[in-house]
Design a binder for this molecule. Structure first.
Ligand code: G6P
Ligand code: MG
Length: 211
């Protein structure tokens, strides 16, 4: 029997994926690198530095060293964090809030499992910090998805076994990570059409009927 649900953040609870896209786009334009929404889909669930490597696949300039790469990642993060300042509780839908409430009422322990180092800032901005019993994010992991590390940590923080947890994800690598960790992967958004997802939902509230 399942006792916990681990939610990815970006693209599942909040639509910061558009801000990620715009911030990477700005950096890519400055570097003269082609970047579009399709490439952006490959960045879902991927850490900041790994995302930069994907952007740089099309980079034609002089090779960049680690210091320069860190500076570029930092620059993207500054643009992104400036965009995050606009976030408000209204950026979380009534559907998401009431669904989380219903899941808590049904006795599930809820956690965040996000690769982002900005997860707590976002949760605070949209007033969702109190909705979760545990937060596992980019600040407590060494490997990003598809490694199951972030979800295994979330289960541990909830004091549950991985097998007792569902994972809700919009990233294909996130579904892979959930399965690698022995959890049930529920695909939403971009992952709602992923053949490896154990379950697929077309809306957030549909989670209530599949679990
Ligand atoms: C999430 C997003 C990714 C992002 C990653 C790191 O997983 O889906 O697109 O690259 O977090 O985010 P950060 O806020 O730490 O740069
Ligand atoms: Mg996501």
């Amino acid at each position: 029997e399942k006792k916990g649900i681990i939610f990815d953040l970006d693209g599942v609870l909040v639509f910061t994926d558009q801000y990620h896209y715009l911030a990477w786009k700005q950096l890519a334009d400055e570097l003269g690198v082609y970047f579009d929404e399709k490439i952006n889909n490959r960045l879902r669930g991927v850490s900041r530095m790994d995302s930069l490597e994907i952007i740089l696949e099309r980079y034609q300039g002089e090779p960049l060293n680690q210091v320069q790469k860190s500076e570029l990642a930092e620059k993207k993060n500054e643009i992104y964090r400036n965009m995050l300042q606009q976030m408000r509780p209204a950026n979380v839908s009534a559907e998401v809030r009431s669904c989380l409430k219903e899941l808590r009422r049904r006795g599930f322990r809820l956690a965040i499992g996000s690769s982002s180092k900005n997860a707590k800032l976002i949760l605070e901005k949209v007033d969702l910090l109190g909705a979760f019993q545990a937060i596992s994010d980019g600040t407590n992991i060494n490997q990003s998805k598809p490694s199951p590390e972030v979800f295994l940590k979330a289960a541990e923080f909830l004091r549950l076994e991985p097998e007792e947890c569902y994972v809700v994800e919009d990233a294909k690598v996130g579904i892979d990570a959930a399965k690698a960790g022995g959890m049930i992967g529920i695909g939403i958004g971009d992952a709602a059409t992923y053949e490896k997802a154990d379950m697929k939902v077309n809306s957030f509230s549909e989670i209530l009927s599949v679990i």
